[in-house]
Ligand binder design. Structure first.
Ligand SMILES: [Mg+2]
Length: 220
C-alpha cells in the first residue's frame, strides 16, 4: 500500500484545470448534460452517464465520441462553448488552490496547468485572479494539441524537463489514462472516487484534497 511518506521526486508539477484547480465541474457537467438532452434527445440520466464517461476530454470530443456523425453535433458544441464562456469566470478556485500553488512555487517546482479548455479562457481566468505568475506555462486545448501526450511532451521539449520528472494531477479517469506511459499521476477525488481510479488501473497516489499534494511531492 502507498503511504503519504512515499514521495514522488520530480521537477515539474502539472495541474489539470477543471475539477482540479477550479471547482468548475458541477457547472460544466450541468451544461454538458443540458446540451446533450437538448440536441441529441437523450434522457437526463443517460446524458449524465455519457458526460461522466468522457469527462476530461474537450467537449467536442465528448460529443463526437457519444454521438458519432450526429447532424446536431456542431450546433451542440457551439452552444456548450457559448454557455461555458458566459459563466466560467464565476467558477471559484478550490479553497486550497492558491496556497498549494504558492507552496510548490516556493519549493522550486516548475508549475503548469494543462486543460481541455481553450488556453485564452484559462489565461483570462487566472489573470482575473492575479495568479498568472503562479505558472511557468499554461497549456490549453486546440485541435491537435490536447491535454495528455501533446502537453506532456511540450513541457519536456520546451522546458527541458524529462517526462520521468513530471507529475500530473487530475480529477478524471481520462486524465489517468492519458498520463499512462508518459508521466506519473496523482488522482484527485471528486467526480471519481479512489475505487474508480483503482478499477481503472491506477496504483499510485490518490488524494481527496489538493492540499495533500505538497506532502507527496519532493523537489528533485
Ligand atoms: Mg478535470
Amino acid at each position: 500500500m502507498l503511504l503519504m511518506t512515499d514521495k514522488l521526486r520530480c521537477e515539474a508539477i502539472i495541474f489539470d484545470f477543471d475539477g482540479t484547480l477550479a471547482d468548475s465541474m458541477p457547472f460544466l457537467e450541468s451544461i454538458g448534460v443540458l446540451v446533450m438532452m437538448g440536441f441529441h434527445g437523450v434522457s437526463k440520466d443517460e446524458a449524465a452517464s455519457r458526460y461522466k464517461m468522457t469527462t476530461g476530454l474537450p467537449y467536442e470530443h465528448q460529443i463526437k465520441l457519444n454521438f458519432p456523425d450526429h447532424e446536431q453535433n456542431e450546433a451542440a458544441i457551439e452552444e456548450f462553448e457559448r454557455m461555458k464562456i458566459e459563466r466560467i469566470f464565476n467558477q471559484e478556485l478550490f479553497p486550497d488552490a492558491r496556497e498549494v500553488l504558492a507552496e510548490v512555487r516556493r519549493r522550486g517546482f516548475s508549475v503548469f496547468v494543462s486543460s481541455s479548455t481553450f488556453k485564452p479562457t484559462i489565461t483570462e481566468y487566472f489573470r482575473r485572479l492575479g495568479l498568472l505568475d503562479s505558472f511557468d506555462g499554461i497549456l490549453g486545448y486546440r485541435p491537435g494539441f490536447e491535454k495528455g501526450a501533446d502537453h506532456f511532451k511540450h513541457v519536456a521539449k520546451e522546458y527541458g524537463i524529462p517526462l520521468e520528472d513530471i507529475v500530473f494531477i487530475g480529477d478524471s479517469l481520462k486524465d489517468y489514462e492519458r498520463s499512462k506511459g508518459f508521466c506519473r499521476f496523482i488522482a484527485l477525488e471528486g467526480m471519481f472516487t479512489e475505487a474508480d481510479f483503482r478499477q481503472a488501473g491506477h496504483n499510485g497516489h490518490v488524494v481527496s484534497s489538493l492540499k495533500d499534494v505538497p506532502k507527496i511531492v519532493e523537489k528533485k
